[in-house]
Design a protein around this ligand. Structure first.
Ligand code: 5GP
Ligand code: MG
Length: 192
């Protein structure tokens, strides 16, 4: 697996430092919203499967607030491809309540690229009437479709490259790499 890596784009120390700051900001924003509303917030975190699993697990351990976790399955790059094929909700992997009235929802995804995934997710969740709907991504690509998409929290902006690791896959491999990396071109080119 290590031999397939071309370059480490973001290493463990950089991820940890950025997550400390990001979690602090999210928690501070929640506290401010709670003060403004004068009542406890019902926080529901919605991780998008599968890419956000590492990010969300590291992020929530830095957020000492009461929360529920309700996963949502979305498929976007099925199989060995680096080209988006659109996004679809996977109902069997989705456990979000039909009614989100009164819930402060925070969607957490791995990467914002074309924006199809987050648009689908936010459109779907908004129909469930949440009190608040915010979005958080680990990575955002420096391309118009991503930079123009409204998102509340971004850990890192990265160049328009295909990356793996820290939850992100290529053909469902490499999610367990602890750093965010690019693959050697021959690795993704060799795929069917
Ligand atoms: P979007 O729907 O915004 O085009 O892309 C979001 C989804 O596409 C992500 O959740 C992720 O699964 C996949 N994706 C987009 N860019 C990359 C990338 O550079 N690497 C990997 N591994 N997945 C990506
Ligand atoms: Mg993926």
């Amino acid at each position: 697996m290590q031999g397939d890596i071309q370059r480490v784009l973001i290493d463990r120390a950089a991820i940890a430092a950025r997550l400390d700051a990001l979690a602090d900001r999210i928690v501070a924003d929640l506290a401010a919203a709670e003060d403004a509303g004068d009542q406890p917030i019902e926080l529901t975190l919605v991780p998008i499967l599968t890419g956000s699993i590492i990010f969300v697990s590291d992020l929530i351990r830095r957020m000492p607030v009461k929360m529920k976790i309700r996963v949502m399955g979305v498929t976007s790059y099925p199989g060995a491809t680096t080209a988006s094929r659109g996004a679809a909700v996977v109902e069997a992997l989705t456990h979000v309540p039909d009614d989100l009235s009164g819930h402060h929802v925070l969607v957490v995804d791995d990467i914002l690229d074309s924006g199809r995934t987050l648009r689908l997710v936010t459109d779907t969740l908004r129909q469930r009437n949440p009190a608040e709907l915010r979005t958080c991504v680990l990575l955002r690509k420096q391309i118009d479709s991503a930079m123009d998409f409204p998102v509340d929290y971004v850990a890192f902006d990265i160049p328009d490259q295909f990356v793996v690791g820290y939850g992100l896959d290529y053909d469902d491999y490499y999610r367990n790499l602890p750093e965010i990396c690019t693959l050697k071109p021959e690795v993704s080119r060799a795929a069917p």
